[in-house]
Ligand binder design. Sequence first.
Ligand code: UD1
Ligand code: UDP
Length: 378
Amino acid sequence: MSKTILIVFGTRPEAIKLFPVVHALKAEGRFRVVTCVSAQHRGMLDQVLEIAEIAPDHDLDLMKPDQTLDGLTAALLTGLGTVMDAEKPDWVIVQGDTATAMAGALAAYYRKLPVAHVEAGLRSHNIYHPWPEEVNRKIIGTIAALHFAPTETSAAALKAENVDPDTIHVTGNTVIDALQWVTKRIEGEPALASGLAEIEARFAGKRIIGVTSHRRENFGGGLESIARAVRRIAQRSDVALVFPVHPNPNVRKVMDAELSGLGNVAMIEPLDYPNFARLIAISEIMLTDSGGVQEEAPALGKPVLVMRETTERPEGVAAGTARLVGTEEDVIVTEIFTLLDDKAAYSAMARAHNPFGDGQAARRIVELLGNVRQSQTR
Ligand code: UD1
Ligand code: UDP
């Protein structure tokens, strides 16, 4: 009888990093593949489901406006547990470090179901940066029977925590699979990434900076400081900032208050994945506190300034394409101006390379899932 694999996800980044795995598992044909979305995110999740052509088998539709971590987690545990009881999977796959991933792993553990963790072993070694993701990923790491580490660095972090080395596999990060897939889709169908045409025309001749910001630990003072930095950068007439604003009300209220009405700042709705890939491509610099964008920008040779105190993705910094700038207004402005005005500083960062993977991560994950013996998991 074929193994049942239950893939659980709920947010935009999980969907982006798991669609290559869903596609590869389905193409393999040896598994019964069941997808369950918590819909911790609604609109931003649906954008990915649409382009990846995934119709979930279960949709818990959990998102509430301005949801709390405890309310969300409680709903996730009971909702995901019910799906696990009904589907009786042989494996549960979770990705990354969101509330959905953590609750998915915990609900599986409560049923003694083996968990495979995609993007395992990322560590900042600071439980408040990023918050609450650092603890989420440690909980998942404690539970998982298989750890798909994107890089040697993440594999080493797991070994340092005494995780059984036989259960750790370096696969590359599936985000590179996703990025390559969407790039190919755009090549075949350019209209998929034409959503920015109006903005591109409006800002013709200007140097584009792509901006994203949503981290919970930056709510309040951190976000206000980031917004003031964007405002100051926008005083330069040679630049334009394109900022797809996260729908979290804690983000929106700050950005609306600080940035509305500025001629060379385009605050727009979250872009679907093809159009966001296009935004990276047309940007000279990415300014972000996102995890995924730290991985995608190096792959496309774009310098990325990371508005965080620490990163669990040191590979981009080590390779020279990413730089940690924190959330201090003056530091962000100085770093952006240096990249805009110092050609040597810019070219030193603007080199395309892929420290995070080669686009074959999903294939490796599916092979490993096919080979593992169930007796190895308990
Ligand atoms: C979540 C993850 C974070 C991840 C981020 C990616 C947790 C604790 N946080 O944070 O790790 O980096 O997603 O974006 O799991 N909202 C909408 N529409 C959407 C999505 C969100 O309106 O499509 C609004 C809702 O008001 C929602 C709020 O944003 O309550 C917060 O969503 P939530 O998933 O709790 O937190 P994020 O900050 O998105
Ligand atoms: N992204 C997108 N549209 C946007 C902004 C981001 O498709 O408007 C993609 C981006 O390419 C990356 C992922 O969303 O793959 C990152 O998601 P986010 O920053 O929300 O979460 P994080 O990676 O920080 O967990």
